[in-house]
Design a protein around this ligand. Structure first.
Ligand SMILES: NC(=O)c1ccc[n+]([C@@H]2O[C@H](COP(=O)([O-])OP(=O)(O)OC[C@H]3O[C@@H](n4cnc5c(N)ncnc54)[C@H](OP(=O)(O)O)[C@@H]3O)[C@@H](O)[C@H]2O)c1
Length: 328
């Protein structure tokens, strides 16, 4: 019996290792670096969560190309250090940071007002910040916290910045989602509020589904000259799973250590969407490895419209106390 169980375990371990090697080979063969050499001097880029991980590397590459970069994140000390590091490495002095806590819609409003006063244009908005956490909780706005940070607050932010984005045409909006969207457990009546108990992964996947759907719905509403696209950056070892339970964290980081792309490689599709001339009028699509790809089959126009409408109603309801939003 013991020999039999040992044999099964050995076979399973072998299969897992073989699977990991296969995925690693596939990642190495398919990964792509952005090849366009566009200079971004005079362009202003806002990147949420630009103080670390994929966002930081994206900010650094865009800074190297001459863009003025505004890091929008909630940890001011980390953002200041990131901005200084980017200036040191790239020689670009035009790297700024502004406080933005996506977990609080009031903070989003404050950031947008502050940005509006400080900068006269916005050429590229990169909605990059994202996370998940072990504990299921609600924000002060009464929205499931992961869904609020990853999706709802980003839509609110985009809508608040829209007048500046439109006035700066040609301009681009980039939404960082994940292939994890394919593992969502969608339920329209509870997608945004999170009354059902869901694990950290499903809450993350649902929010990433909403990222993709909102890019699709937003594309239909933008004027000519303004585009929006979403992307999967690839799996890269970052702080993305810092707040999940210990056991899955160890397993995920074990896998990530062996098969992941670097965060610089993960930044490539965001950079490509921000500056490739061939994408000047491409909108509403989903990218991976700098190429258009097909999302999960549940990503339909109909679902995109539903989630868009639900998100706007929720934002309107939760921000009544400090404003009346104007979209559509
Ligand atoms: N890494 C991957 O394998 C992977 C795969 C697919 C998709 N993605 C997506 O890629 C994007 C970047 O992730 P990453 O891997 O670079 O993760 P990361 O290193 O953890 O960076 C996430 C960023 O989001 C910021 N953030 C989190 N909560 C925030 C809040 N309430 N308000 C403002 N900023 C907040 C973080 O700021 P703090 O420093 O203050 O926490 C950090 O700057 C995410 O949208 C993620 O879903 C990542």
């Amino acid at each position: 019996m013991i020999v039999y169980v040992g044999f099964i375990l050995l076979m399973l371990t072998g299969l897992i290792l073989l699977g990991l090697v296969g995925i690693k080979i596939w990642i190495e063969v398919t990964k792509k670096m952005c090849s366009c050499k566009v200079n971004l001097e005079g362009k202003i880029v806002v990147i949420t969560g630009g103080n670390t991980g994929i966002g930081f590397e994206t900010a650094k590459i865009l800074a190297k190309r001459g863009a003025t970069v505004v890091i929008a994140s909630r940890n001011d000390a980390k953002s200041k250090a990131a901005a200084e590091k980017i200036t040191e490495v790239t020689g670009n002095p035009n790297i700024f940071y502004k406080h933005l806590d996506l977990g609080r819609l009031a903070s989003v409003k404050k950031f947008a007002e502050d940005f509006d006063k400080s900068f006269d244009r916005l050429d590229v908005l990169i909605n990059n910040a994202g996370f998940t956490e072990a504990e299921q909780r609600h924000s002060e706005d009464g929205i499931e916290n992961v869904m609020q940070v990853n999706h709802v607050a980003h839509i609110y932010l985009t809508n608040l910045l829209m007048p500046k984005i439109v006035a700066s045409k040609p301009s681009r909006i980039i939404i960082v989602t994940s292939m994890a969207h394919a593992t969502h457990k969608f339920q329209r009546d509870d997608l945004l509020l999170g009354k059902r108990r869901l694990n950290f992964w499903t809450r993350y996947a649902n929010s990433k589904l909403c990222n993709l759907l909102s890019a699709k719905a937003m594309a239909k509403r933008l004027p000519e000259g303004v585009t929006v696209n979403s992307l999967h950056p690839g799996m890269g070892k970052s702080d993305i799973f810092a707040k999940i339970p210990d056991c899955p964290k160890k397993i995920l980081y074990f896998i990530m250590d062996r098969i992941c792309k670097t965060v610089v490689e993960c930044a490539q599709t965001s950079v490509h969407l921000a500056c490739a001339p061939s994408l000047a009028s491409v909108s509403g699509l989903y990218f991976d490895d700098c190429e258009v790809t097909t999302p999960h089959h549940t990503v339909t126009d109909e679902l995109a419209e539903q989630v868009w409408t639900d998100t706007l109603s929720l934002i309107e309801d939760r921000t009544k106390r400090f404003e009346k939003i104007g979209t559509e």
